[in-house]
Design a protein. Structure first.
Ligand SMILES: NC(=O)c1ccc[n+]([C@@H]2O[C@H](COP(=O)([O-])OP(=O)(O)OC[C@H]3O[C@@H](n4cnc5c(N)ncnc54)[C@H](OP(=O)(O)O)[C@@H]3O)[C@@H](O)[C@H]2O)c1
Length: 344
């Protein structure tokens, strides 16, 4: 019995030391300030988004954090203001799985902001088996389609910045993702493997969108990055069944990064000066690293852009005056597409 206790203690100590060593490497060492810059952080009400907001608030940025639950968001806004002495924390409602909510958010931002310097597409979910109002799987809508619409709709405001940046918080999960257009609408489902496929697909989609955006907009001064933050003990695991939580949470607490440690790469890509030459790159541990992409990823990225435009009813005009519009037809198109697929 004593041997087992000793063995467990040694294992725990070893894991703990390993976690400490791993975490140490992850700090963004840049001390650039962000005074005068406006940053939008989606999902700033929790986890990595909240930790990022804290970090950038200390650097003097004006920060717009988005939330779905107003009371929860308000508490976070007040906490950031109090602890960082930055009174320029603005709270806005946004549900990325609802394209009308995205439209309303953009309408409000356009009225209040003269420019946006950095957009951090951070919000995301890992678990969810429902579909949104448009019939799109909730994971794909929240992690890719909503941010796609949001990003394109904010391009004009970002263009007004002298050095606009867009950061996508992806995941190591992109490695297992496949974009398959004929099943994209049905990839979700009740089962855990189906949700995993939906998640990895959405995380790959974020990187492909980032690459395509870089191709189209870097020449116009935009710097775009995707990041994988590692594995962080945040609310993303809250959908676990309670028994799984009971087993995994103590271990997660011991070895996974905290939100503050995990947000370092997205902070780095948002603030570090001189990073423009790395636009179009994927970052991990505050360094560029090649993502694992399918061989024909450039073609898939173009197709995904076209698909996403139709899915959210967005028409990108050739002129700089990009305005989103919503087409009922696109909703009907995808609903009938889904019905058709389900009957097959
Ligand atoms: N944690 C990890 O290990 C890990 C690893 C790789 C990548 N990531 C990525 O990191 C990002 C942040 O995740 P996290 O770990 O910080 O998770 P989290 O603690 O659950 O925070 C997620 C944030 O996204 C918001 N959100 C969820 N659904 C939304 C929607 N439909 N519209 C708008 N906002 C929504 C949440 O708002 P509410 O407060 O309203 O729920 C919350 O603020 C995600 O994109 C995730 O995929 C996380």
């Amino acid at each position: 019995m004593n041997e087992i206790a000793l063995y467990s203690a040694c294992c725990s100590l070893w894991l703990y030391l390993l976690a400490v060593v791993i975490r140490r490497k992850l700090q963004c060492v840049c001390d650039d300030r962000m005074d005068g810059k406006t940053v939008i952080i989606t999902g700033g009400s929790d986890g990595l988004g909240k930790a990022t907001a804290f970090n950038l608030a200390r650097r003097g940025a004006r920060i717009i954090i988005t939330c779905r639950d107003w009371q929860k968001g308000l508490a976070v806004k007040q906490e950031i203001e109090m602890k960082t002495d930055n009174s320029e924390i603005i709270l806005k409602k946004l549900d990325l799985s609802d394209y009308t909510s995205v439209q309303k958010f953009v309408d409000r931002i356009v009225k209040t902001e003269e420019k946006v310097d950095v957009l951090i597409n951070n919000a995301g979910i890992g678990i969810g088996s429902t579909v949104n109002k448009n019939g799109h799987p909730i994971i794909f809508a929240t992690n890719h389609l909503g941010p796609f619409l949001l990003t394109l709709s904010l391009m004009d405001l970002l263009r007004k910045s002298s050095n606009p940046r867009i950061v996508f918080v992806s995941s190591v999960g992109h490695r297992w993702g496949h974009i398959e257009f004929d099943t994209i609408e049905t990839e979700d489902g009740g089962s855990v493997p189906a949700q995993f496929r939906a998640y990895t697909q959405s995380k790959l989609a974020q990187i492909l969108f980032m690459k395509e955006l870089h191709k189209r907009e870097h020449k116009n001064g935009f710097s775009v990055f995707s990041v994988q933050p590692g594995t962080i003990f945040t609310g993303i695991f809250r959908g676990f069944p309670w028994l799984l939580k009971l087993i995994t949470y103590p271990l997660f607490y011991l070895i996974l990064k905290t939100a503050d440690e995990g947000c370092q790469t997205q902070v780095h890509c948002s603030v570090s000066s001189g990073l423009e030459i790395y636009s179009g790159k994927h970052f991990t541990e505050c360094r560029p690293e090649e993502p694992i992409l399918p061989a024909n990823h450039q073609q898939i990225a173009e197709d995904l852009w076209e698909y996403s435009e139709k899915a959210v009813g967005y028409l990108s005009k050739k002129s700089s005056n990009i305005q989103p519009y919503y087409e009922e037809a696109s909703i009907h198109y995808f609903t009938s597409y889904l019905d058709d697929f389900r009957q097959r």
